[in-house]
Design a protein around this ligand. Sequence first.
Ligand code: URA
Length: 210
Amino acid sequence: MTDHLTIVTHPLVQHKLTLMRDKTTSTGSFRQLLREISALLAYEVTRDLELTTRTIETPMQQVDAPVLKGKKLALVSILRAGNGLLDGVLELIPSARVGFVGLYRDEVTLKPVQYYCKLPEGLEDRLVIVVDPMLATGNSSAAAVDLLKAAGATNILFLCLLAAPEGVARMKEAHPDVPIVTASLDKRLNEQGYILPGLGDAGDRMFGTK
Ligand code: URA
């Protein structure tokens, strides 16, 4: 994965995303769709994982067959909406280590402040996939990546469902070495920092809060 932004245009991803955007979609359906779309995005995001071979015996003969090389992956969810993406990705990569980062926006400085951080060990040897459904201003995403780099991560990928051009630009400026994979590059942010056309508040829609 070398491009800074990859948009997953697979018809199943695009179809499910449209259903998720629809405001009449129920919380239950939204959650189910998120789980399904996350697994499809995980398929795309792991496309370049390195393989090696292992010698095995099939019932017919011995063969050198491909297996994933190296250490397990680490997934890092940005709380709370990241957890919705996390579930689907974990279905495809069940042995991945999982970390969590919680950030809130300080009302005076408007800067992200960390309130929770629990990360797996050995980040320096892992591909770290950061999951957050909405790349909006990019401030919390950039701060989360700062934190991961400070903890030793060098190989980081950012996986989201929707990205705003403002968030992509912010990430590119702060972390040009971190590729972004998304299902859609939307139009813009509104005055409140919501993505347009977007899907509303991802956390509220997946957890049924308001
Ligand atoms: N977070 C959300 O949940 N939705 C947006 O549109 C932007 C940020």
